[in-house]
Design a protein around this ligand. Sequence first.
Ligand SMILES: Nc1ncnc2c1ncn2[C@@H]1O[C@H](COP(=O)(O)OP(=O)(O)OP(=O)(O)O)[C@@H](O)[C@H]1O
Ligand SMILES: O=C(O)C1=C[C@@H](O)[C@@H](O)[C@H](O)C1
Ligand SMILES: [Mg+2]
Length: 531
Amino acid sequence: MQKNDKQNIVLTGFMGTGKTSVGKRLASELNRKFVDTDELIQERQGISIPEIFRQHGEAAFRKMESDIARELGQQEGLVISTGGRLMLDPANAAALSQKGRVFCLVATPQEILSRIKKDKEHTRPLLEVPNPSEHIVELLKERQQGYNRFQKIITDDKDPAEVTSHLLDMFREHPKRISIDHPAHPYDYVVGSGILPFVRQLAEVPGPLVVITDTTVNELYGQSCGEVDHIITIPVGNQHKTLATVQDIYDQLLDIGFDRSGTIMALGGSVVGDIAGFVAATYMRGVNLIQCPTSLLAMADTCIGGKTSIDLARGKNLIGAFKQPSVVIADIALLQSLPHREFISGMAEVIKHGLIADSDLLEKVINGDWHTEAATLHTSLFELQALVAQAIQVKVSIVREDPMDRGIRFSLNLGHTFAHAIEQVSGYTIRHGEAVAMGLVASVNLSARLGHCGADLQQRLETVLAGVGLPVRIPGLSTEELLKAMENDKKRVGKINRFVLLGKIGQPFTADNVDTRAVIDTLKEITTSSD
Ligand SMILES: Nc1ncnc2c1ncn2[C@@H]1O[C@H](COP(=O)(O)OP(=O)(O)OP(=O)(O)O)[C@@H](O)[C@H]1O
Ligand SMILES: O=C(O)C1=C[C@@H](O)[C@@H](O)[C@H](O)C1
Ligand SMILES: [Mg+2]
């Protein structure tokens, strides 16, 4: 990866969030050259921005911005404060991301208005309207998704000096590398913030690099992956985890002449990871793979361990291959744009890892503020990075011991026999993570019922789950149908009535021939009635 002392720092964000004020301070602290794209344009045109808008129109101003983005994208060691909309143009973002770490300053509309009113030095043509307050809200709404692509820094309760120091801490924080010493194929898991543009450098990819992603992730991050050669986009959703999608990807790879010298980068959640991983395992008997998980579920769980799979009409995950990536690169900043429901779904697997092996991880979950409102995580990206790294560590240790899934790795299925049945019987309206939360409660309830742990463990677990907003009861599903779904699942894995149970936190074990009556009683106890 490019060294920090050369990497440009690029500031984006809405008008009045402090890009210029903070940028100047940063440059002086780091002893770097400061460039403000608005000021540069004014200097070159010899007139002010409102005058440029008046004489030449907004389109001409945007063209000037694009030219400057391309020009500055080639330089190094700068602090660049960009115009409020400049980085929302994907081509500008791609140009400036190549050699730069991007940070997005954010503030509430009220704070923006109050700052702008006080700022007599500048006029902002877009806010020269009868009701600027309303217009700020409208513009912010329009631009929200665009800004969500970048690592955010909330500035409301900090003055420019504090924002500068916080930003410097983030800039200096290095990604963490966790080694996964798979017997046949050791690789690193790199977890950091704002690292997506540097995947090629971090993964040390020399040849062609093709991204496989879905349409949603592509819209958000397709342009922020640094130097990639081609992007293949697949439709969003589990229903596309099919051989038809795989066939379509093979065809596109053949069309561009992709061969065994190339690398596939899976950019997305678990579905993308499964599909792209399967393609990488099979195309021309296997090509290099980088996993870049973008959801919490994929980061903390599914991207580790090398399992890839495709569904058939007759069942989920019936086709697959083990395919270890050459590296996993998880950019925590991407979690900022994850919908809240997806974020807490991923938390269910983090909590599962805590139950299996690490009570300190559970404490971290309890003590953090993991709510996301208006696409703004309450917690800092530092805390989130630490949490994800710790959750990964649990899975890494287990997979290290049992890479081929023949023994202890089964403990990662804690709660999953129940969860798969809950998902299936709900017609997949309940998300995987939500079903895992219910499944964890069921497993602990069953463990207590069979005398393996105290009843207080269920209470403790429910407090953790409910604290992050996860469900702790099964909503009105038929016990009979759940039991039937569980039996089918068991037949598939070839073991009847095998469950992962818990002695206490950190002590999972496998129990065979669990009494069906106890399972029924557990299901009944934690299912709420449908009326
Ligand atoms: N964190 C902050 N707290 C309080 N005031 C701030 C903060 N950051 C900036 N300001 C003030 O808000 C005004 C706008 O700041 P600045 O010009 O740096 O914003 P900007 O993001 O560069 O805006 P634009 O996109 O319009 O150029 C200035 O008067 C500045 O002093
Ligand atoms: O947000 C915007 O569209 C703008 C922000 C300013 O930085 C200037 O680039 C210009 O006033 C337009
Ligand atoms: Mg400015």
